[in-house]
Ligand binder design. Structure first.
Ligand SMILES: Cc1ncc(COP(=O)(O)O)c(C=O)c1O
Length: 418
């Protein structure tokens, strides 16, 4: 059948996300018991009851919420609220000001804005494997930025040796004529659930300075770091903003993204931000296309109320951390009991698990394991989508109530046995 689309329209149509079928048929013990248990999408529902109660009591539809607000880069109130909140929780070396921030429609959008502003078509971004699968579409689909993947073999992706691997990949790429503009770090890391130690962050900054790279730091899971029963001496979260960059690298090349999707379990609000404390121009470039990006004024207003409410946010973050610890403990005990290997973690809300080592059919490929999971109506994301260097790995989200996890894990075991 004739599609009538342009060439790029056709290309976009082919990129329609495959997990949408999962959302349309979500499991519910009463309303849809035959539905799919979604342990694939990075959403945290552990605090939804408290957040709904807070938001329902705070929502106020005033005239401002029905307008374009204060322009297209976030309201003055929200920018002040983000500064208030992050100055407390990220300990920036230089206090954040509203003029350092552009509000965007979620963090994906903030990242895409950095792609438009910093790169020209065909330029590349360095990123270590494995990495959050949507980085590929966020940087490449519209802005045309290529991902230059870094392989680590067996070395620790959070250690100093990993920087040498970045350097090797960068030099080899430049030798081939590939233009590399920036390094992307994700700390806490998706999908590995760990933070970069401060001394490693400092070395990455020196690396950026040596090679004239921008540093884009995705800190969307910053406050979802919890006590892990597996790691008695964990690496805590350290924001790049808290490091005195002036002594290490050009501060005009440091850009941080954060938002409400993960730390406040609110992917639906679509509130994110791009922070650049010494580069007004990147924020202006983002504002230049902000008509196409900015979030609803109603969500903007609600977010501002949330971030100004110290009592609720500190209660929320602490309780969220406790629940994440409990959920991690529950799921990892289950994994150990059933002999399913996993990587220990203390941040974010997914586990990197090796289903390939626990299937009854030891020759099953990752696609075959995915098909088995699908067959039992449980969705767990395959590691190859995250550019995993080894086969057999999957990413499983554990930030859901016990009943949900029990159903998902039961189905996962059935799939592995089939
Ligand atoms: C590391 C990382 N960055 C960005 C995003 C996108 O977040 P948002 O929903 O705010 O666009 C996600 C979502 O999973 C993520 O894991």
């Amino acid at each position: 059948m004739e599609s009538y689309l342009s060439v790029r329209g056709e290309a976009f149509a082919r990129k329609k996300p495959t997990f949408l079928g999962v959302l349309e048929n979500a499991w519910d013990p009463l309303l849809n018991p035959e539905g799919i248990v979604n342990l694939g999408l990075a959403e945290n529902t552990l605090m939804h009851t408290e957040m709904k109660e807070f938001m329902n009591s705070e929502i106020q539809v005033d005239s401002h919420s029905l307008t374009y607000g204060d322009g297209f880069s976030g309201s003055r109130k929200l920018k002040e609220a983000i500064c208030h909140f992050l100055n407390k929780n990220f300990s920036p070396h230089t206090a954040l000001l509203p003029s350092h921030i552009t509000v965007t429609s979620g963090v994906s959008n903030a990242l895409e804005c950095s792609a438009w502003a910093l790169f020209d078509q065909g330029e590349h971004l360095l990123v270590g494997r494995p990495y959050f699968n949507a980085f590929r579409s966020t940087f490449s689909d519209r802005a045309g930025v290529g991902l230059l993947e870094v392989e680590f073999d067996k070395i620790d992706p959070f250690g100093l040796a990993a920087i040498e691997k970045h350097e090797e990949a960068l030099l080899a790429a430049r030798e081939r004529g590939v233009r590399v503009k920036a390094l992307l770090l994700c700390s806490p890391h998706n999908p590995l659930g760990r933070c970069y130690p401060e001394h490693v962050l400092r070395e990455y900054m020196k690396f950026c300075e040596r090679h004239k790279l921008h540093l884009i730091s995705d800190e969307i899971y910053a406050l979802s770091v919890w006590e892990s029963p597996d790691l008695p001496d964990p690496v805590p979260f350290k924001s790049v903003l808290s490091i005195n960059a002036a002594q290490i690298m050009d501060p005009g090349k440091i850009h941080v993204v954060w938002g409400l999707s993960k730390d406040f379990g609110a992917t639906g609000l679509r509130i994110g931000c791009l922070i650049s404390q010494s580069n007004q121009r990147i924020l202006e470039a983002t504002e230049g296309i902000s008509l196409l990006n900015f979030p609803s004024s109603l969500a903007d207003s609600l977010a501002a109320r949330l971030l100004m409410n110290d009592k609720f946010t500190s209660y929320y973050l602490n309780t969220n951390r406790q629940r994440l610890t409990e959920s991690y403990d529950f799921v990892t005990k289950f994994l150990k009991y059933h002999g399913i290997p996993y990587r220990q973690s203390n941040a974010a809300f997914f586990l990197w698990i090796r289903l390939g080592a626990a299937t009854a059919d030891t020759t099953a490929t990752d696609d075959e394991i995915l098909a088995k999971l699908q067959n039992k109506r449980v969705y767990i994301a395959a590691g190859y989508a995250y550019a995993s260097e080894e086969s057999g790995w999957f990413r499983m989200v554990f930030a859901h109530p016990r009943e949900f996890l029990e159903e998902g894990l039961k189905r996962m075991l059935q799939a592995l046995a089939s």
